[in-house]
Design a protein around this ligand. Structure first.
Ligand code: ZID
Length: 258
């Protein structure tokens, strides 16, 4: 079976949770990365069975989350963490939650993963129009929503199982009379390591209300997906994609007021 790490699960309302369930139903082992300030509530709710109903898979069994990793994807390594965050009560109770440390811990625990899911975003000034957005708000949106994917992929790649290229041959027409066989050959990378993130159409079209630099962050995420697919595909045989999501009443969407 495959092993998936899903970054950005802190309750049972978001895309991360739904993706985790689909992967679990398909037989994958599930690891999740949960934002440090949300960790306690999430773990307590899991333990108390609050998610048992929504953990139910199509075959009636419950999705097992093998391990929950505390994660703050705006910090790459401990040196990047400012003093006030380090000493913050919500952070000081957990350890090894920077991207680099999370990947090191996953490596120690399991050795490798096959699937990386990035289902996280944060824009502190999302309710402000772009014209009203401060530099800090803009950079924070890009850091949490775009660079977090670059960072997670960069750190996970060394422990991601590479894909293999497969020749696919289709006989899509066979005419006995003429002995005419038309063959289509495709050279495709269809197995192994894959990374995916979630984006939003506000990257391309004007969606009033999706402010604070979040539209910019999604535009960066989409462009990065192409560049990273090229780089990670060539060098490491890992696929990189993003899905432009429809509306889902998650915690993040409620914060935007959508
Ligand atoms: P969610 O709240 O379940 O997930 C976001 C997670 O990110 C939360 O668990 C946070 O704790 C976590 N997080 C925030 N900051 C950090 C950090 N620094 N480190 C680690 N974790 C952090 O919300 P979700 O499921 O909506 O979001 C998942 C992904 O889907 C995000 O990339 C969204 O931008 C994306 N997405 C969601 C929607 C939606 O409707 N829910 C849409 C498009 C994309 C969308 O906004 N019409 C109107 C709106 C939309 C689509 C159509």
């Amino acid at each position: 079976g495959k092993r998936a790490f899903i970054a950005g699960v802190a309750d049972d309302n978001g895309y991360g949770w739904a993706i985790a369930k689909s992967l679990a139903a398909a037989g994958a082992e599930i690891l999740v990365g949960t934002w440090v300030p949300a960790l306690n509530i999430f773990e307590n709710s899991l333990r108390r069975g609050k998610f048992d109903e929504s953990r139910t898979l199509p075959d009636g069994s419950l999705m097992e989350i093998t391990k929950v990793y505390p994660l703050d994807a705006v910090y790459d390594s401990p040196e990047d963490v400012p003093e006030d965050v380090k000493t913050n009560k919500r952070y000081s109770g957990s350890s090894n939650w920077t991207v680099k440390e999370v990947v090191e811990t996953v490596k120690q625990d399991f050795g490798s993963i096959d699937i990386l899911v990035h289902s996280l975003a944060n824009g502190p000034e999302v309710s402000k129009s772009l014209l009203e957005t401060s530099r800090n708000g803009y950079l924070a949106a890009i850091s949490a929503s775009s660079y977090s994917f670059v960072s997670l992929l960069k750190h996970f790649i060394p422990i991601m199982n590479p894909g293999t290229f497969l020749f696919q041959v289709y006989f899509f027409r066979f005419c006995l009379h003429w002995f005419k066989v038309m063959v289509k050959v495709r050279f495709a990378m269809i197995t192994g390591g894959a990374a995916i993130s979630l984006t939003y159409i506000a990257s391309e079209r004007i969606i009033p209300g999706y402010g604070g630099g979040m539209s910019s962050a999604k535009a960066a995420l989409e462009s990065d997906t192409k560049v990273l697919a090229f780089e990670a595909g060539r060098k490491h045989k890992i696929r990189v994609n993003t899905i432009s999501a429809g509306p889902l009443r998650s915690r993040a969407a409620k914060a935007i007021g959508f």
